[in-house]
Design a protein around this ligand. Structure first.
Ligand SMILES: [Zn+2]
Length: 386
């Protein structure tokens, strides 16, 4: 049932970072054609804002970012920048709408990554935000490692952002340590003194990235970073498909995305990244709308709502009934009827016995052609020799 909290915005804008954080996954490297195709598919699905690369990676990356700009003139494009004037000038030259200027905000990173004092770093940040603004760029301050920083330190960054004209803060759970309850409290606290756009960047190290993204939304986040199939550093980011579907299913929030096209996009990104989609991956895994056990199949056959939470049709998919070790008689009757064979009760028992042996031996469900073969073998007048 859809619920709404006091702080919740009415919608969440997705800023998909498949082409930046997603491509940072170890071993993932998209070609220019793949990058453009992914961006176009995202755009056609309804994702209007994307983070598309890192100018600091060099000329080749910049050329690709430029090609993306040409391919999608109307999309809102962002690049990730260090606190570096050259990066920021490149972003402007490439026609980007936004820069995410990243600044580590935790004591851990301030001391052990930058090895500089907080006031020095903040002075430098202010200069770079002003530079970006003077070049016509909109600025998101990417608060790296925000989840390990003190609220007071984030507040200083927020004050600086307001002073210098940055319009968005990115709250990055860089090392993926948050849970949804803590996320809610942190984002809600930040919301008390940050009135502009607030973007959640969740990592999935504990398998909580989607949950944390939803919690941030409930607490007042206006934007969220996602990646297709959850690509990204280490365990990856919040998967696009999960976030948009969960927003709709849990809160009735429409992201105006064509969700029926998500499986094809996931498949494309899986192939382009060389990362297989697990068979039980939420929403897009091969087996997530497949039913085998007797009780469930019987329930689905009577009324699909008996065992349906997410409607597979919303993703352009459908329920699939398969036969295996846990199948019951109704499932066998129904599946064989769909193959054109009407089985009598005693035939069903013979088939079931055969299928159970097959599943234990082969460790999978029999395919349609294997089921036809079973029928031929057991009941054809010219029975296939053993
Ligand atoms: Zn990240």
């Amino acid at each position: 049932m859809a619920r709404k909290s006091t702080f919740q915005s009415s919608s969440l804008i997705i800023n998909d970072t498949t082409l930046r954080d997603g491509e940072q996954s170890a071993g993932v490297a998209f070609t220019q054609e793949e990058k453009i195709s992914i961006a176009k598919q995202l755009w056609e699905i309804g994702i209007q804002e994307m983070e598309v690369g890192i100018p600091a990676m060099g000329l080749d990356e910049c050329r690709r970012i430029g090609a993306l700009r040409q391919a999608l003139p109307e999309a809102t494009l962002m690049v990730w920048c260090r606190m570096n004037a050259t990066d920021i000038r490149q972003a402007a030259a490439l026609g980007m709408n936004w820069v995410d200027i990243s600044i580590p905000v935790s004591e851990q990173m301030m001391q052990h990554k930058l090895s500089r004092s907080r006031s020095e770093v903040l002075d430098e940040l202010a200069e770079h935000v002003s530079l970006a603004r003077s070049l016509g760029l909109r600025v998101c301050i990417g608060c790296e490692d925000a989840s390990r920083s003190e609220l007071a330190d984030l507040r200083v960054v927020a004050d600086l952002a307001l002073r210098t004209g940055a319009e968005r803060l990115r709250y990055a759970d860089t090392v993926g340590i948050l849970d949804p309850f803590t996320t809610y409290e942190r984002i809600r606290a930040l919301r008390q003194y940050w009135p502009l756009q607030l973007e959640m960047h969740a990592h999935d190290d504990l398998g909580l990235a989607t949950a944390n993204t939803l919690a941030a939304f409930r607490a007042g986040a206006t934007h969220a970073n996602t990646t297709v199939i959850g690509l990204g550093e280490r365990a990856g980011n919040a998967p696009l498909e999960e976030v948009v579907m969960a927003l709709k299913q849990c809160y009735g929030v429409e992201t105006n995305t064509k969700n029926y096209r998500l499986p094809a996009l996931c498949d494309f990104v899986s192939k382009a990244s060389g990362r297989e989609i697990a068979q039980q991956k939420a929403l897009v895994g091969e087996y997530v709308f497949t039913h085998e056990s007797g009780v469930h199949v019987d329930g689905i056959l009577k009324d699909k709502n008996n065992y349906q939470g997410v409607d597979p049709a919303s993703l352009g998919r459908e329920h699939k009934l398969v036969l295996g070790k846990h199948s019951g008689r109704n499932a066998v009757r129904s599946v064989f009827a769909s193959l054109g064979y009407q089985l009598a009760n005693e035939q069903i028992d013979m088939v079931l016995e055969h299928i159970r042996q097959f599943a234990e031996r082969v460790k999978r469900n029999p395919t349609e052609s294997e089921l036809r073969w079973v029928y031929q073998r057991l009941f054809s007048p010219q029975r296939i020799a053993l």
